[in-house]
Design a protein around this ligand. Structure first.
Ligand SMILES: [Zn+2]
Length: 148
């Protein structure tokens, strides 16, 4: 029998409020050394998005400014393989800023490789972050049960 080894931490999904999204963007900007970028953020309905994805980012490298849009959960396809995960989308879109300077100079193959690398890195980072949070919670619960 085949087990779904990836089910759990990362595929539980994560839908943010606007305030939670802003907090997550600031947190991941610091972690990814992108704190000097000014990021404008909004939830967008599907028909207001430029691309057919869960999130998008447009940037201006010289000014270090970017506009990040996350798909409004109301438009997320219910039969999608993965649950909507705003945190993964935020990390994914922020990672694009590291490649922004070379993005315009690359070809189709380069863009595909960039996209696949960013997908793998963003999912790994978010999974690790959630594992650390779970370990912290378990450790605190264990400490509480042993001290009371
Ligand atoms: Zn991307």
């Amino acid at each position: 029998m085949q087990k779904e080894i990836n089910k759990g931490l990362i595929y539980n999904g994560c839908v943010f409020t606007e305030e939670e999204a802003l907090t997550a963007i600031a947190k991941w900007q610091r972690r990814l050394r992108l704190a000097d970028w000014h990021i404008y953020f909004a939830f967008k309905r599907r028909h207001d998005m430029l691309l057919d994805g869960q999130a998008e980012i447009k940037w201006e490298v010289r000014r270090k400014t970017a506009v990040m849009n996350l798909l409004d959960p109301i438009d997320y396809c219910a039969d999608h393989v993965q649950k909507q995960d705003h945190e993964c989308s935020i990390v994914h879109e922020l990672l694009h800023l590291h490649f922004a300077s070379i993005h315009e100079k690359t070809d189709e193959l380069g863009e595909l490789i960039e996209e696949q690398a960013i997908n793998a890195i963003s999912e790994a980072l978010v999974a690790l972050s959630r594992e650390v949070e779970q370990l912290k919670e378990r450790t605190e619960a264990t400490l509480e049960s042993t001290t009371s």
